[in-house]
Design a protein around this ligand. Structure first.
Ligand SMILES: NC(=O)c1ccc[n+]([C@@H]2O[C@H](COP(=O)([O-])OP(=O)(O)OC[C@H]3O[C@@H](n4cnc5c(N)ncnc54)[C@H](O)[C@@H]3O)[C@@H](O)[C@H]2O)c1
Length: 255
């Protein structure tokens, strides 16, 4: 990835930050976009401490003007774009489908699904003009199965998976591969917040993973880097599950 340009939407913390640092280790210059200016600037400092080149742009992935600004600044600073991870997402409260408000549904969809579409809409022309590349959208195992009390988030992540497959087909002959990663639980700030609020859930959450633990953000980032790299040159429209064995276990017998 030497001399190539990468962009991480939601690069200010967790998996996004780990992905920024992993792109930089591969030699890419990295644009960090995040709604949280403090987190985004911290990631930029970490990137520069490890000798990388980068740029931070404050942006809400659910806002069209902000997304267009990210692309404009990427182009004016680096003149190209090759690799993207659309990683930002916004959940909704844990509620029965009938209790979830219309506003909560709309807020989740605006970032988690529409934001990924908006991002690709403005990223694809620059990637194509740069000679091609790859996009990895971060979905979730919640998008592959029913997750009780998570109707908006699960539907949005399921939408990200099918949207990515559609764009993969549209761009397959235009030099851009599009894939998703579907993580299980990640040891990130978002998960930490949830487990601090409901400590009684910790053992259950760990145990749904056959491996009995959460992913480190770097383990998900590595999957993103692989799907962007030339090693994945014939892979497009794929959803790569990175879940420590959530989906393969039957839950009948505890080991
Ligand atoms: N944490 C988990 O257990 C888990 C499990 C499965 C999938 N995922 C998915 O993995 C991705 C990363 O999750 P994480 O837990 O590492 O995240 P995180 O909460 O640690 O960090 C997310 C980053 O995105 C930024 N962000 C949030 N809304 C944004 C917006 N509208 N515009 C721009 N930036 C925004 C945040 O400021 C933050 O820097 C998300 O797509 C999430 O849905 C997470």
């Amino acid at each position: 990835m030497q001399d190539k340009i990468a962009l991480v939407m939601g690069g200010g913390a967790g998996t996004g930050r780990a992905t920024v640092l992993a792109f930089a280790r591969e030699g890419a210059a990295v644009v960090i976009a995040d709604i949280n200016e403090k987190g985004g600037r911290e990631t930029l400092s970490l990137l520069q401490e490890q000798g990388g080149r980068g740029l931070f742009v404050a942006a809400d992935m659910g806002n069209s003007a902000d997304v267009q600004q990210v692309i404009a600044q990427t182009e004016s600073t680096f003149g190209a774009l090759h690799w993207v991870s659309n990683n930002a997402a916004l959940g909704a409260p844990n509620e029965f489908v009938t209790d979830l408000s219309e506003a909560e549904w709309d807020r989740c969809m605006a970032v988690t699904l529409r934001g990924v579409w908006l991002s690709m809409k403005y990223q694809l022309p620059l990637i194509e003009a740069s000679g091609g590349g790859a996009i990895v959208n971060v979905a979730s195992v919640s998008g592959l199965r029913g997750d009780a009390f998570q109707s908006a988030y699960s539907a949005a992540k399921g939408g990200v998976i099918s949207l990515s497959k559609t764009v993969a087909v549209e761009y397959a002959k235009r030099g851009i591969r599009v894939n998703t990663v579907c993580p299980g639980g990640i040891n990130s700030g978002g998960m930490d917040f949830y487990l601090k609020k409901m400590p009684e859930m910790r053992d259950k959450v760990l145990n749904v993973h056959a491996m009995g633990r959460l992913a480190e953000p770097s383990e998900v980032a590595d999957a993103v880097i692989y799907l962007c790299s030339e090693r994945a040159s014939f892979i497009t429209g794929h959803d790569l599950v990175v879940d420590g064995g959530i989906l393969v276990r039957s839950n009948v017998i505890d080991l």
